[in-house]
Each structure stands twice: as structure tokens, then as C-alpha cells.
Design a protein around this ligand. Sequence first.
Ligand code: FE2
Ligand code: FE2
Length: 245
Amino acid sequence: MNKPAQGFTILKRYGHLKNACWILENNGEAAIVEMPPFRKNEKPPYEKAKMYLNKNRLFPKYGFLSHSHWDHSFTLPKFRETFPQAKFVTHESFLSDPFFSYYIVRNLRSARGKNWVMGGHRFFDTVFSGELFTGDIGGEPVYLIHAPKHSYSDLLIVFKGAIITGDWYLGDLSDCNDLVDPRDKIKSINRTIEIVRNLNYKIHMLFSAHGDSLFYDADFFSIMEQSKVNHNGNQPDMKARYVPG
Ligand SMILES: [Fe+2]
Ligand SMILES: [Fe+2]
């Protein structure tokens, strides 16, 4: 377990791809962020999350995912079953993403019957279609910004002066894949800048969803500007501080 900032806990980095399962907390309430697959020798993340929330007397208010890729959302159905009180929120792009239908829906259909995907259970309580979802965790605002860069289902999660950036490469237009058209990436970055400016919100920390890149005292607007440029595929050295998860 690692607490990269006040109100942020990384329970563990799970599975072969080491994606983090996060708990965001404030004033007795919590959001679970990321529902990764796990290895046989790891305690399932939904069990660890339940233990953590019980121990710290936190109400599981929300479930969020940074995007639909397998290493981020594979255990969504198990989290859904473990936390029936939580409101699971996503963007409509998540549901139409081929990664989601291929890895999650297809698996569930064969493993647990049609009920999960045909009506009896739903994956999410709130599916928003605009650019921004606004909620609160114990009175502290939490925002989800739909901003495709690494995938068309990307959601940036903003809380307590930090932003969880999913699998975005920061400081460069390129990413680890070519799933998103570069013009759409630039639109996302511009939209994110505009939303953060309009909210008059001060972001000074940027955390990768995997929990392997944690930037502190970061200049958010400058990093966003640099992220609009393709620096010939070179990965920029943006790591203000690196803390292994
Ligand atoms: Fe990804
Ligand atoms: Fe990932």
C-alpha cells in the first residue's frame, strides 16, 4: 500500500501489467478508481478494497475507471457485486469501446450468463455523454473529464489538486499506441485546459493510473502544452519525482 498524496491510496499495482487500484477519500466517503485483473498469488483487489474501506470506515460512494482497456477494467463485474451501494460512473464512449465488449462483455456472457449484460445487472449507474462529470467525495469536488488521447474512452479524474491521467503519455503527443487520431488528441488537450481554466482549479500533481509515474509540484498547463507536440517520438523527461508503487 502506498499513499502518494493526502486522500489518495494505491492499494497495490495488480496483475502482469501492474495497474494500480486506487482509493480516493475525504470525510468518510471514498471512490474506487481502476478495477484491474490480478495474479493467482494476489488477493483480489475488490477484497482488499472492501477491507480498506471497512477498516477506515469509508462509504464507497463511487466507482470510476480511467478507460476501458483490459488492465484497467477487467474486474469491474466483481467490484460491482462487492460494492452494490456505490455509484459506478462512466462516459458513453466506454460502453461502445471494442476493448470493453471484447474482454469484459464477452467473458461475462460465457461465464455468468446473459443476465449480466442483457438487463438483470448493469455495469454503470451513471453514463454521461458530455465532456464533464461533477461529483463530490465527502464534500470535496471530483471531476471526470472525457479526453481521448491514449484511447477514445479516456477519462481524466481530478481530485484534491491532482489528476489521474490514465495511460496518457505526458509531455508528448505520441502515446504507446495509435488508437486516437492526433487531431482528436489535440482537441482533448485543449478541452481539458479550457475546463480546468473555467473551473478555476489548481492542478499541481499528475498521477499515471498505473501508479508508476507520480509528478509533484507540476506545471499542469505547461505539461498540457507540451503534450500537443510530437517530439519525434522521443519520450520527454517529465518525471519531477518518481515513486515506485
Ligand atoms: Fe490503456
Ligand atoms: Fe494500462
